[in-house]
Design a protein around this ligand. Structure first.
Ligand SMILES: [Zn+2]
Length: 373
């Protein structure tokens, strides 16, 4: 079965899977039908109605398979007008335009094309498992759902995340811990503040302690230090009342040495009793030793196909590997996909068409080596 990677990317871009709200079902069924025709066993999993992820398997003997993963939801279009229709799949000068062309329907298409090309040779080998997820953009919801259900993901010996890297292999990324810090008070008329307890003062006192906060961990040699930012602060409903609630949102980007539970405990201590913390997004970082033998192989394959050999690097964003890699026992994980990193989430998002074929070639080579074909 031969599927053209450009046509498949365009076909996937035409599904409106903008998240929020997210509606991945039709796109997931499109991908699943192609894989089923090629001989994969496909199972669909919904974390909510029409929020569909899928797992497709082929082969699988004594040793664990190679996992390829990608998400099919995309971010909203933003407020600026697009010069290209975000859902038409228009091409122009070697570029394919549309929401999700880089992040990351091109990556999903390249995975599917590589997998279907090899399908009939893979039976009786270590095999392949494809994990195509819904709900990644709002905090790996689909992948965390799959990982939380015993036995659903099965095993994998290594993971390829097809997020946009311009086909450069990246060996890890930071984690994300997003927290709400909430303070409560007692409301009263604004002319009689002595009868109330002002939640804004409580929250403000707590949150300003974060301005000079520093984590007590060594800087990671590639990922750098962990960071913390207060992104929002809201309190009160109307000018002439004492506010009884105030809330700040805190965005922490962690490094793999940090456990998020310990970070929450530490911040709770720093902020004090006036606020309570609640996680909104909680996905840990991933890191694979660049000297890991499989990672070295990935770097060689990518260099051969692209003719480029960039320095060891990490992704600036988080990925579904935060959920999948721990579920696969810390399997070596590379982030490598055909999209352009700088175009993710942008107005007039595009991918470079030449990168699509390169990604297919890289994935086919990695799968062949894994399955000893
Ligand atoms: Zn993405």
């Amino acid at each position: 079965m031969t599927i053209d990677v450009l046509s498949l990317t365009r076909a996937l871009v035409r599904y409106d899977t903008i998240n929020p709200p997210g509606d991945e079902e039709a796109c997931a069924r499109h991908v699943g039908a192609l894989l089923e025709t090629a001989g994969f066993a496909v199972a669909y999993h919904e974390f909510a109605p029409r929020r569909t992820s899928l797992i497709a398997r082929i082969g699988g003997a004594d040793a664990p398979p190679l996992c390829f993963t990608g998400h099919i939801d995309v971010v909203p279009l933003g407020t600026r007008p697009w010069t290209h229709d975000p859902f038409a799949g228009e091409t122009d000068g070697g570029r394919l335009y549309g929401r999700g062309t880089s992040d990351m329907k091109s990556g999903v298409a390249a995975i599917v094309v590589a997998a279907t090309q090899l399908a009939k040779h893979v039976a009786g080998t270590r095999g392949l498992v494809l994990v195509i997820t819904a709900g990644e953009e709002t905090g790996c919801t689909g992948a965390l759902h799959l990982a939380s259900r015993p036995g659903v993901l099965g095993r994998a010996g290594a993971v390829v995340v097809a997020e946009p890297t311009g086909n450069r292999p990246l060996v890890g990324h930071k984690g994300a811990l997003w927290l709400t810090a909430r303070a409560s008070g007692v409301t009263a008329h604004g002319s009689m503040p002595e009868h109330g307890v002002n939640a804004v003062y409580k929250a403000a006192r707590a949150v300003t302690k974060l301005e000079r906060f520093e984590f007590d961990v060594a800087r990671h040699p590639v990922l750098g230090p962990p960071t913390l930012n207060v992104g929002t602060f809201h309190g009160g409903l109307n000018i002439n009342s004492v506010p009884d609630a105030a809330e700040a949102q805190i965005d922490i980007r962690s490094i793999p040495d940090q456990r998020h539970e310990a970070v929450v405990d530490l911040l709770a201590e720093v902020l004090g009793d006036d606020v309570t913390l609640k996680p909104i997004v909680d996905v840990e970082g991933v890191w694979t030793d660049p000297d890991d033998p499989w990672m070295r192989e990935v770097v060689e394959v990518a260099a051969r196909v692209t003719g480029e050999r960039p320095a060891i690097g990490a992704a600036p964003y988080f990925t579904d590997a935060s959920a999948l890699t721990p579920a696969y026992g810390g399997a070596p994980t590379v982030i490598l996909g055909p999209g352009e990193m700088a175009l993710a989430h942008q107005t007039d998002e595009y991918c470079v068409i030449d990168r699509l074929g390169e990604a297919v070639e890289i994935y086919v080579d990695l799968a062949r080596r894994w399955c000893r074909l």
